[in-house]
Design a protein around this ligand. Structure first.
Ligand code: GRF
Length: 203
């Protein structure tokens, strides 16, 4: 049997996407293919850290205030990911920008999930409820989910997969967020599975 791919997840908040990745590794599509080896957060109170601990997964708060600058912060993340032999980095509601060095070290191995159809509604400040509020305000009839590779710009790298979600006339940012999140939990796992199948095929 192939060795399981080790995933490192970076999360700043609640971590429902982290939860879906953990669940998929334990008993879903990623069973026997992958395991979450470490969860990192810049937020001491991120519920994502609790979720990881509950599953016996190493969960580390990295305090950016204790480090010189963002490059040093990212260097710390790189060390932790390497120490834990992470092959794929998944951003799951991670709100800080990664350093150029980080992106280069894990080039082609960092995925992000965004709750809209990029390139629309992406970029700095476009996260969480801001995205859904902007979609509703625009009058767009559809929104959706994007999983993409991470490069040095916010929400910018090549798209791996997208799925549309209809916006109903009576949707609010909250109801839209709920519908979008449900799709997020499905397509993030499919994107990860695709990555693993690809590396298992070619290496
Ligand atoms: C999700 O909507 C994701 O697309 C975005 O941040 C949110 C994180 O939600 N990048 P959760 O913490 O996974 O519940």
């Amino acid at each position: 049997m192939m060795e399981k791919i080790k995933i490192g997840v970076l999360a700043s908040g609640g971590g429902t996407n982290l939860q879906s990745i953990i669940d998929a590794c334990e008993s879903g599509l990623l069973k026997n293919l992958a395991e979450v080896s470490i969860v990192l957060s810049n937020n001491e109170n991120a519920f994502a850290l609790q979720r990881a601990k509950k599953h016996g997964i190493k969960a580390v708060f990295v305090d950016k205030k204790s480090l010189k600058d963002m490059d040093s912060f990212c260097d710390e993340l790189i060390n932790l990911l390497n120490e834990n032999k992470v092959a794929l980095v998944c951003l799951a509601g991670y709100l800080l920008k990664l350093s150029r060095i980080f992106v280069q070290k894990f080039k082609g191995r960092i995925m992000n999930i965004h709750p809209a159809l990029l390139p629309k509604y992406g970029g700095k400040g476009m996260y969480g409820h801001h995205v859904h509020e902007a979609v509703i305000a625009s009058g767009d009839k559809e929104s959706g989910v994007t999983v993409h590779w991470v490069d040095e710009e916010y929400d910018h790298g090549n798209i791996i997969v997208q799925e549309k979600v209809p916006v109903d006339p009576n949707d609010t940012p909250e109801t839209l967020a709920k519908k979008v999140l449900k799709v997020e939990h499905k397509i993030y796992i499919e994107a990860i599975e695709g990555f693993i199948k690809e590396i298992n095929r070619c290496c």
